[in-house]
Structures are given as structure tokens and as C-alpha cells.
Design a protein around this ligand. Structure first.
Ligand code: G3P
Length: 214
């Protein structure tokens, strides 16, 4: 499973990329607004570190999505145009596929939406599991359902688990065979940690110091 960072913070991308485990970045208008930096510059900086950076269109009609998406795709070969799951978005996905512009479909909350986005030609679909859990639905259950559909149909489209909130989400997504999981910096930062690793290192160092003093 590929691991992506859900952020518009270039420093965070650089930091995790140095671990050698980062496969991509997802951004959205809220994350870009939070950082308050120039959008194009941010996307181009991120493209230096990873081969897949999602840049989301803000237009809601096909013509607007087409214009913005073509512009984003011209910035760098690593850009994936992120398109919302609407009927206008479906038209845009189909158009971008015909132009070999790669896409990620965002705001997927049901299996039928996932199915349509894949059929329209999305390269990636992004079901939001945390936001489903927030309204008492079963986010990971949706991933299980989508993966079952993918097994039966063999779509040329990767399932990206988005809106993750804790490390268990990442492990469960991997067990279900999801292709990609994106997560905020604080969740990514928790993945390498275990208290027994910390206490184990401390004990090894203490024991080694005792021997080296003899
Ligand atoms: O990239 C979009 C997605 O991951 C949003 O997450 O935490 O705002 O539901 P969240």
C-alpha cells in the first residue's frame, strides 16, 4: 500500500520524504488555505519530493474544471487533478482521461459513487472514512465494500483511503488491500512509534554503558 501525506505544508512533506516511505501528497482547498502560501508554488515544491501530488479544482461546472485541471496538469508531470464527485465532475474525469491527464476523485462517500468515478476514468478515487465515522456511519466498512467491487471488476483505478484520523485506520486499510492511504502529518508521525521500542533502546544503551565502563 502506498502512503501519502494529506497536507499543504512543504516542510512536513520534506520531513517524511526523508524517511524514504512517502509515495505522494494530497492537498485540498482547506489545507492550502490553512498554510496561506501560493498554491502553484506549493504544488511545484511538493513535486520535487514525490511522484504524485493532488491539486484540487475549485470550479463546480465542467468548463471550469476543464480549464483549471488543464492548467494544473501543465505545471508538472507529477500533478494529479483532483475533481469532486458530482455529475459535472464525472464529465471532467472522462475528458481528462481522453487527454491523458491523471485524476483523483474526491468526496466519495458511497460505493455507487466509487463505481461511477472509476467507470468515468478516474485514476484514483478517494473515499473519506473519518467524515463517515463522524456521522455514525462505517467508514472502513465502505472501504471493504469498494475493495470487494474492485476484486470483481478489475478497475484500472486506485482506491485511496482519505480522511484518516489515527494509525489503526492505516493498518485496517492495508489489511483490506487498499492501494493508497493518505493521512495528516500528526498521524504519519505516530506510525513509527512504540513505547517498548523507546524503553528497549534506553535499556540497550544503559547496559552498553555499564560494559564500556569496565
Ligand atoms: O484530503 C481530504 C481528506 O483527507 C480530508 O480529511 O480530516 O478533513 O476529513 P478530513
Amino acid at each position: 500500500m502506498k502512503l501519502f501525506l494529506d497536507t499543504a505544508n512543504v516542510e512536513h512533506v520534506k520531513m517524511i520524504a526523508e524517511w524514504g516511505v512517502l509515495d505522494g501528497v494530497t492537498t485540498n482547498p482547506s489545507l492550502v488555505a490553512k498554510e496561506g502560501k501560493d498554491f502553484k508554488k506549493t504544488i511545484l515544491e511538493m513535486c520535487k519530493y514525490v511522484p504524485c501530488v493532488s491539486a484540487q479544482v475549485t470550479a463546480t461546472d465542467f468548463a471550469g474544471m476543464k480549464k483549471q485541471g488543464e492548467q494544473y496538469a501543465s505545471w508538472h508531470k507529477n500533478v494529479y487533478v483532483k475533481v469532486p464527485m458530482t455529475t459535472e465532475g464525472l464529465k471532467a474525469l472522462s475528458y481528462f482521461r481522453s487527454k491523458k491527464i491523471r485524476t483523483n476523485t474526491t468526496l466519495i462517500f458511497s460505493a455507487s459513487q466509487a463505481l461511477l468515478a472509476a467507470k468515468a476514468g478516474a485514476n484514483i478515487i478517494s473515499p473519506f472514512i473519518g467524515r463517515l465515522d463522524d456521522v455514525s456511519e462505517d467508514g472502513m466498512g465502505l472501504i471493504a465494500e469498494i475493495m470487494e467491487i474492485w476484486m470483481q471488476n478489475g478497475f484500472d483505478c486506485e482506491v485511496l483511503v482519505a480522511s484518516t484520523r489515527h494509525p489503526r485506520h492505516i493498518v485496517d486499510a492495508a489489511k483490506l488491500g487498499a492501494h493508497i492511504c493518505t493521512m495528516p502529518f500528526d498521524v504519519f508521525s505516530k506510525l513509527p512509534n512504540h513505547p517498548l521500542t523507546d524503553s528497549g533502546i534506553k535499556k540497550f544503551q544503559e547496559d552498553w554503558e555499564k560494559v564500556s565502563k569496565k
